[in-house]
Write a protein of this length. Structure first.
Length: 358
C-alpha cells in the first residue's frame, strides 16, 4: 500500500499521514486529556494543538448547538438562543469576569434547585420524579440522568436510586487477582489479598459487588459489538438476570429497543495511579441513574440534574454538564456544601491558552 501511494505521489513520504486526508473531531471547550496528577501545563501540553502535527491541520468550525436545534416547534427560540449563548460563554470562560483558570459564576435562577435537607433526595425528585411515587417504569428513564464531578457522589446517588426501585435484586461478585507480570512472590500476595482487591473502586471498572434489578438503568463500560451499538457509554435497561449473562434493552440510538446479552469480561484498570496491575472478571456494567461528568461526554439527554456537592475541578467540566441537554428546561443545578447549605454560584474552570492557536 505504501509503494502504491508513492507511485501516485512521489512526495507522499514527506507529508503527514502520507498525504491522506484524516478528519479529527472534538471541542476544545470540553474536558481535556486526563493527565493523572498532572499540572495545568501538563494537561494543556497533552492536547492535539500542542503537537507538531497541528501545523498540518486545517480547522473547520461548527457554530450551531445541534442538540438545542432539536427543540420542538413552538419553543421560544429567543430563549433557546440565549441558553445556547450562555453555555458557549461557560465553555469560552467569558462569563463571571476575568478568568485566569478558575472563576466564580452565578447560575441563572430558573436553573437552580433548592434543597430541603438531603441534596440527593432533592436532585432525584427533580430528575426522576416518578421514582419518588414508586413508579419505576423503564420507558420513563430514557434521556434522563444525574451528573456529578466525582465518583463517590455518583455511587451514592446510584445506590439511593436502586433502593427506591421496587423489585427482586441480584448481586454479582467479581473475581479479582493481581496480574502475574506484577506479582512478586508471596510478599505481594500477603498485601494484595482478595479482600483488598475487592475493595478497589476505579473509574471505568465495575464494582466488585454489582447489585442489579430487572428494570435497572445501566451503562456499558466496554466496547463489545459496534454493529449492535454495544459501545462504551451505551445505556441499557436490564430485562433479565441470569447466571452467566445479563439481558438488557438498548435505550437510544439506531438500535433502541434491541435486546442484547452482556457476558462477564476480564477488565484491567488503566488508572496509572494504581502502583500495581490487577484484573477483575465482572459484568462490564454500572448503574447509570447517575454518572460522572467525564463519563457523560457524547451523551444527549432531555433532562439533566447536576449535583455540585463539590465544584468542578478541571477544564470544561461545567461546560460538558450544561451542554448535554436538548432543551433549556432540561437542565437543573443543585449547589451545596458539606453542611448541605445551598449556593447560587459555582466554580468554572477554563484554561484559555488552549484556544490560542485554534
Amino acid at each position: 500500500m505504501r509503494d502504491l501511494l508513492r507511485f501516485k505521489n512521489a512526495n507522499s513520504a514527506e507529508h503527514t499521514f502520507g498525504g491522506k486526508t484524516v478528519v479529527f473531531g472534538g471541542d476544545f471547550r470540553q474536558i481535556l486529556p486526563v493527565v493523572p496528577k498532572g499540572s495545568r501545563q501538563d494537561i494543556v501540553s497533552a492536547t492535539i494543538n500542542s503537537s507538531y502535527l497541528w501545523s498540518s491541520c486545517k480547522v473547520l468550525r461548527l457554530t450551531k448547538n445541534l442538540r438545542l436545534n432539536r427543540c420542538m416547534s413552538g419553543t421560544d427560540m429567543k430563549r433557546v438562543e440565549d441558553f445556547a449563548n450562555w453555555i458557549a460563554s461557560i465553555g469560552d470562560g467569558t462569563v463571571g469576569g476575568q478568568n485566569d483558570g478558575h472563576v466564580e459564576i452565578d447560575i441563572p435562577r430558573e436553573i437552580l434547585l433548592t434543597s430541603n435537607g438531603d441534596p440527593i433526595t432533592n436532585i432525584v425528585a427533580s430528575t426522576f420524579p416518578m421514582f419518588m411515587s414508586g413508579n419505576s417504569d423503564p420507558s420513563l428513564l430514557e434521556g434522563q440522568a444525574i451528573l456529578a464531578p466525582t465518583l463517590d457522589v455518583v455511587n451514592s446517588i446510584n445506590e439511593y436510586m436502586s433502593d427506591l426501585h421496587i423489585g427482586d435484586s441480584r448481586t454479582y461478585y467479581s473475581c479479582d487477582s493481581v496480574c502475574k507480570s506484577d506479582s512478586n512472590g508471596s510478599l505481594l500476595d500477603e498485601v494484595h489479598t482478595p479482600e483488598f482487591l475487592n475493595g478497589i473502586r476505579a473509574s471505568g471498572v465495575p464494582n466488585h459487588a454489582l447489585t442489579l434489578k430487572v428494570g435497572s438503568l445501566v451503562m456499558l463500560l466496554r466496547n463489545i459489538d459496534h454493529s449492535l451499538g454495544l459501545c462504551n457509554g451505551t445505556r441499557l435497561v436490564v430485562t433479565k438476570l441470569a447466571d452467566h449473562v445479563i439481558e438488557g434493552k438498548i435505550m437510544s440510538g439506531n438500535n433502541a429497543g434491541t435486546k442484547v446479552l452482556v457476558p462477564r469480561m476480564t477488565i484491567t484498570p488503566s488508572d496509572p495511579r494504581l502502583p500495581f496491575k490487577f484484573q477483575r472478571k465482572q459484568f462490564p456494567l454500572m448503574l447509570s441513574y447517575a454518572m460522572t461528568i467525564n463519563k457523560s461526554q457524547g451523551q444527549t439527554l432531555s433532562h439533566v440534574g447536576l449535583l455540585l456537592k463539590k465544584p468542578v475541578f478541571v477544564h470544561g467540566q461545567l461546560y460538558v454538564a450544561a451542554s448535554r441537554v436538548s432543551n433549556p428546561d432540561g437542565l437543573k443545578i443543585l449547589i451545596c456544601n458539606d453542611s448541605n447549605n445551598v449556593g447560587t454560584s459555582t466554580t468554572n474552570v477554563v484554561y484559555h491558552e488552549v484556544f490560542n492557536n485554534v
